[in-house]
Design a protein around this ligand. Structure first.
Ligand SMILES: Cc1cc2nc3c(=O)[nH]c(=O)nc-3n(C[C@H](O)[C@H](O)[C@H](O)COP(=O)(O)OP(=O)(O)OC[C@H]3O[C@@H](n4cnc5c(N)ncnc54)[C@H](O)[C@@H]3O)c2cc1C
Length: 463
């Protein structure tokens, strides 16, 4: 941005939010240049921390009239470059709008501002024996606004669905500064087009979320889980499917391949059998889930599974999810100069086994080390492909591998992204996944943001 334009903008924005809520310091620009993905950082020109919906509206009016890009920022924990301001301009940091506005326990609802961190919200809701169940694994750093904008999903999506399933209404500031509300506080509504759904998962490209009403549920009485090792990927995948087709409704069914387990053992000093493993977690009344756990274990054993450990107490449950936490930290220590292309897709359940076999075959063919894990219970898979840093040939191999696996997922009736969003990395697949509806998406973007100022360079190819 030209210096004189920046100075004019700075002056105007300071009048709106106060000088303490604007920054052009290198440190602040750097913090807002990069998420947790492998995508390259791009610095914004200015960081703004609004404190109210009206301030967001005023900021958008200024940006729209001057054509300055605005990219919303939550916790910056995205994995596809979603909040990286690739065209510069404003990084709109929403973390100072972080209040719980009202808990409505009799309605099983809460009204929140978008900047509140997931775990902080659940901590406050615990006083009412309620919780928001659809948080991603990053709920310790991700904000509600970022989760809604990415339509994040977590380990418990099998039982509870994803973040968007729990959003009842939204307040949104549009590109031109208009403030709209969409949705309502009834659990059921068929009144008109579901515009709320349009904004869920739109990655900040259609509007800025300034408030949300979320549905809640009771905290389960108990959580019991088991981790089981299988001799092969096939046994693990088939057992997961068997359990999902039974009348047991697990809260989580997670998969980790042998390589992932090897890294977990190194990173967390654990001794899990180095084989494909699945985790099954059950929520509910103690007696009921104890009975179900026995059935789960019997089903696993009949498919050659060997129980590694049962996780019954709260402390053991914490240990379990600490073991499952991606062991990225250990990679630079054991494999220096190694980069990780982190990928993710969604599949129909019946295609999971084929996908895992395909990934393993392609890894061997391309001589690329792959590490597969993910939410097998809802067909959402994650993979890391390792490459040699600063080696163009090695990078090309992993990107080609990624392309083939994403294409496999689309052809299998799945999707390029089950939870991380399109961001930068998946844009090129959008016309392939949506050949008959991509133009409607482009028209919606054009209508709501004709100047293309909201998170440009994301989600849709072209703008
Ligand atoms: C360790 C780790 C584990 C993870 N586990 C999961 C997981 O289990 N499941 C999962 O789905 N993801 C996971 N993620 C990815 C990421 O945490 C989620 O996508 C999360 O929802 C991003 O939230 P955020 O607040 O960090 O948003 P950001 O990364 O800051 O932004 C996300 C997107 O939302 C937009 N945005 C932010 N706030 C607003 C707003 N108020 N209005 C409009 N647009 C906005 C941004 O412009 C951007 O496009 C994980 C990431 C990490 C680092």
């Amino acid at each position: 941005m030209a210096n004189n334009t920046l100075q004019v903008l700075l002056k105007r924005i300071k009048q709106i939010v106060g000088p303490e809520n604007v920054s052009i310091n290198k440190e602040d620009l750097e913090t807002h240049a990069k998420d947790r993905s492998f995508h390259s950082p791009v610095f914004p020109d200015i960081v703004i921390w609004p404190k109210s919906t009206l301030q967001v509206s005023e900021i958008m009016k200024v940006a729209n009239s001057t054509g300055i890009p605005v990219t919303a920022w939550g916790g910056g924990s995205s994995l596809e470059g979603n909040p990286i301001p690739v065209k510069g301009g404003v990084s709109l940091d929403m973390t100072k709008m972080n209040k719980v506005l009202k808990v409505l326990p009799d309605d099983l609802q809460v009204r929140v501002q978008p900047g509140i961190i997931g775990d902080a919200l659940n901590k406050q809701l615990a006083d009412y024996s309620l919780f928001f169940p659809a948080f991603p694994g990053s709920s310790f750093l991700a904000t509600i606004g970022g989760m809604i904008a990415n339509n994040a999903g977590g380990m418990y999506a099998v039982k509870y669905g994803v973040v968007g399933d729990w959003v009842l209404s939204l307040e949104i500031v549009l590109a031109n500064g208009d403030i709209i509300r969409t949705g309502n506080r009834s659990f059921k509504s068929v009144s008109g087009y579901d515009l709320k759904r349009l904004f869920i998962g739109s990655e900040g490209t259609l509007g800025i979320i300034t408030e949300a009403v979320l549905k809640l549920t009771a905290i389960p009485q108990k959580k019991f889980a088991v981790m089981v090792a299988f001799p092969s990927i096939t046994d693990a995948a088939q057992t997961a499917l068997l359990l999902l087709r039974s009348d047991i409704k697990p809260a989580a069914v997670e998969f980790m391949d042998t390589e992932y387990i090897r890294l977990v053992n190194l990173a967390r000093n654990a001794k899990i059998p180095e084989k494909p493993n699945i985790i099954i977690e059950l929520h509910g009344d103690e007696q009921i889930i104890l009975r179900q756990l026995k059935v789960v274990i019997k089903t696993c054993e009949e498919k050659n599974g060997k129980v590694y450990k049962k996780f019954i107490s709260e402390e053991e449950n914490r240990q379990l999810w600490n073991l499952r936490r991606p062991p990225r930290d250990v990679l630079p220590k054991i494999l220096p100069n190694t980069g990780v292309l982190s990928a993710e897709i969604g599949l129909p359940l019946s295609k999971v086994e084929d996908f895992l076999i395909k990934a393993s075959e392609l890894g061997k063919k391309f001589e690329v080390q792959t590490i597969m894990f993910g939410h097998i219970g809802d067909g959402n898979f994650h993979g890391w492909a390792l490459y040699e840093q600063n080696n163009e040939k090695s990078w090309k191999k992993v990107t080609k591998l990624n392309e083939l696996l994403v294409t496999f997922a689309i052809q299998a009736g799945g999707t390029t992204t089950g939870e991380h969003g399109v961001g930068i990395g998946k844009r090129k697949f959008m016309p392939i996944e949506h050949p008959t509806s991509i133009d409607i998406m482009k028209n919606i973007k054009e209508m709501l943001d004709p100047k293309g100022i909201l998170n440009p360079g994301k989600l849709l190819p072209g703008k």
